[in-house]
Design a protein around this ligand. Structure first.
Ligand code: 5GP
Length: 115
């Protein structure tokens, strides 16, 4: 049996983390290494999907639920506008292979240039 992911361990209260939102299928925590004033990770409770490609094929409704939660977080914490990032694969920057969306809000203007 594989070990629970770091995100599941936070959800279960085994290691500390700031829970920002929680519903029946999806939860959100604040990223430990924030890249913007709002930097949340939106995560499905299931670990079944490694990345957004698998998730979109396997459960598009769950992907839609993640995006709805991202928007709610942006509304609550960042005036409603946000950047949504999925890293897919180690060479693209993914380090946790339990699919998650980065939700960035109130991004410093200089960090938006060229992207
Ligand atoms: P990835 O690199 O897989 O796209 O994103 C993983 C994210 O998880 C990183 O932005 C990293 O800062 C965050 N992270 C890793 N370990 C922890 C942790 O223990 N607590 C929290 N809140 N975030 C974490």
């Amino acid at each position: 049996m594989t070990e629970p992911s770091i995100f599941t361990r936070i959800l279960n209260g085994e290691i500390p983390g700031e829970l920002l939102a929680d519903d029946d299928r999806v939860f959100a925590i604040r990223d430990i290494n924030p890249q913007a004033p709002l930097h949340a990770l939106v995560i499905p409770k299931t670990e079944r999907y490694r990345d957004v490609t698998e998730l979109a094929q396997g459960d598009p409704e769950l992907l839609a639920a993640m995006i709805a939660m991202a928007k709610r977080l942006a509304d609550e914490h960042a005036g409603g506008e946000y950047r949504l990032i999925f890293n897919n694969g180690a060479s693209a920057g993914q380090s946790v292979f339990h699919v998650h969306a980065h939700v960035l809000g109130d991004i410093e203007e200089s960090k938006l240039v060229g992207f």
